[in-house]
Write a protein that binds this ligand. Structure first.
Ligand SMILES: [Zn+2]
Length: 197
């Protein structure tokens, strides 16, 4: 049996955390009692939330994450640091000892992309690392990339460029946007660097 009105993953997350307003909680509960499909999805959300602490403790993963993941992580008490450079622009960034999760929000128009790769490059655009075929939700306004916090905490002053690359139905490759990160190791130890762009 297929659910005709599946409960949003974000709502399931709030339901599990007891964060829904009363009436919505009751509606959600009533739906879950009669819908095995959404019940399965609730179990997925719980597994995701329970995996968050392990993930943060490990801290060495580079992956694409969802807003639901970040919200659950914050509600679990984890310190999330976010940067959102505009497409074609740059951002000054750092990481502190207190941070648990480090993410970059990369805004892009993904509508026509059959496949999207995230390429991490040096400042000149020479690729150092690539995440191929990253998960992209239909209608998403971009992707959220989690950098390894372990790696970031050990990073000296450096400049990194991220590039989103789309492939259309015929396999043609196209750069969607570039995003530049000007990283300073720890806050307060250096004067604020001026962008040299
Ligand atoms: Zn359902």
């Amino acid at each position: 049996m297929s659910c005709s009105n599946p409960i949003d993953a974000a709502v399931l997350g709030d339901y599990w955390l007891g964060a829904l307003p009363g009436p919505e909680e009751e509606t959600t509960e009533a739906h879950l009692l009669g819908c095995g499909q959404c019940g399965d999805r609730l179990r997925d959300v719980i597994a995701l939330a329970e995996g968050i602490r392990d993930l943060a403790r490990g801290g060495s993963l580079r992956l694409i994450v969802s807003d639901t993941f970040l919200r659950l992580a914050a509600q679990e008490g984890l310190q999330v640091r976010e940067y959102a450079p505009p497409p074609g622009g740059s951002v000054q960034c750092t990481v502190t000892a207190e941070d648990d999760i480090l993410v970059a929000r990369l805004a892009a128009d993904l509508r026509d992309a059959r496949r999207v790769d995230l390429s991490l490059c040096d400042w000149e655009g020479v690729e150092q690392f690539r995440l191929p075929d990253i998960p992209v939700h239909p209608g998403a306004s971009g992707v959220v990339y989690q950098e390894s916090i372990t790696m970031a905490k050990g990073l000296p002053a450096s400049r990194i460029m991220a590039r989103l690359i789309a492939y259309n139905a015929t396999g043609n490759e196209r750069v969607l946007a570039e995003y530049r990160f000007i990283h300073t190791p720890s806050p307060g130890s250096l004067p604020p660097a001026q962008s040299e762009l």
